[in-house]
Ligand binder design. Sequence first.
Ligand SMILES: Cc1cc2nc3c(=O)[nH]c(=O)nc-3n(C[C@H](O)[C@H](O)[C@H](O)COP(=O)(O)OP(=O)(O)OC[C@H]3O[C@@H](n4cnc5c(N)ncnc54)[C@H](O)[C@@H]3O)c2cc1C
Length: 395
Amino acid sequence: MPRRIAVVGAGLAAVSTCDALRARGYDGELVLYSAEHGLPYDRPPLSKDVLLGKARREDVSLRPEQWYEGQRIELRDGTSVRTIRPGEGGVELADGSVAGADRVVLATGGTPRPLPVPGGDDPAVHLLRTWEDAERLRERLLPGAAVTVVGAGLIGAETAAVAVALGCRVTLVDPVAVPLAGVVGDHLAGVLHRRHAEEGIEVITAGVERIERRAGQLVVRLAGREEGVVADTVVAGIGIRPAVELAQGAGLHVDNGVVVRVGQRTSHPNVFAVGDVARLDGHPVRHEHWEAAQRGGEAAASGLLGLTVPEVGAPWFWSDRYGVRLEAVGSMADAERVVLRGERMAFGLRGDRVVAAAGIDRGRDVKVARRIIDRGIEVDAGRLVDGGDLRSVLR
Ligand SMILES: Cc1cc2nc3c(=O)[nH]c(=O)nc-3n(C[C@H](O)[C@H](O)[C@H](O)COP(=O)(O)OP(=O)(O)OC[C@H]3O[C@@H](n4cnc5c(N)ncnc54)[C@H](O)[C@@H]3O)c2cc1C
């Protein structure tokens, strides 16, 4: 049993790890190092209710302050870890001091990719990852403001939807004609993407070449188009880079994230990794989603305590825009074909097995689909397509 565990990062994956450690009977010391200030908070509301001005910081806290005290978790906010020294049993903090720890959990998440073009680092080009990012951006989303969102994936699409709801004049730019097709299938991705134009957004399929300043505004220059897009504010939602520096510094196996095995174990026996920063060995992608961070924490707690690690099943996420909810489970990339159940639900099949499903406002069907995927049930595609009760497939 470890005596002192240091958890680096204080997002959902870190808090979930601490929660699960105590729930599984861990009685030793638990220290949570957070580079950010204040209580750990949830990120999904940042691109939804926080930008809309409907949620305050205290509304998005992951746990109340007393919880940390009650669970005997030492929360060291505003404290960055500079290096981890798993062989010597400790972590080095940004002020140069060294703190002991016989196990380290890396829950460092990721940082948004800046726009990799000239002018991409202009202060009027916003990224969205932290509470401060959301606050800064919210101040810019004023009625009538010209806002260009680059990247029409999950966060870009949500931000565009919020901006148009707040009365901004929004342009959405992506080099891919139908973003998210690889995640939810062509049909659903098309339905989702067309909705932007239906809501009054100008949608442009093009890559950004550079960003110029002109008379207090920005001009977004696009490949293959003479005319630039003039904007007061640009938001880039083009993905994140996993924060792997500490793992690299300690010589851990890093390859598109910190590579982990069952129980979130890294290549060093004293180090575990969870959440957006971790990639499960043998899986091509990191699951940068809320539930993966939550479940990763539970798996890490079991791994740290030498307990049986719960099965995680297919990854799931949701995304909200224009009052509708997209949910997806499994991996559409593994599907050989996609079949539709009405206009708003798609299943990805490999042979006779369902490997992925996605739905727009189809939460109940996605839940059933998840059980079908997790149980590996073979199914006749006709039963997915017809309008009958999907639960019959489970029987
Ligand atoms: C705007 C937004 C909207 C989202 N919406 C959805 C959604 O609708 N649905 C969904 O499924 N998922 C959504 N997600 C994704 C989900 O929130 C993330 O997958 C989840 O927050 C990942 O948690 P994490 O703990 O791994 O990382 P993070 O939440 O990024 O936490 C990592 C923390 O570690 C800290 N840190 C890093 N390095 C150090 C260091 N050296 N020392 C100390 N601290 C350090 C960072 O400052 C940060 O606070 C959204 C994410 C964002 C940003």
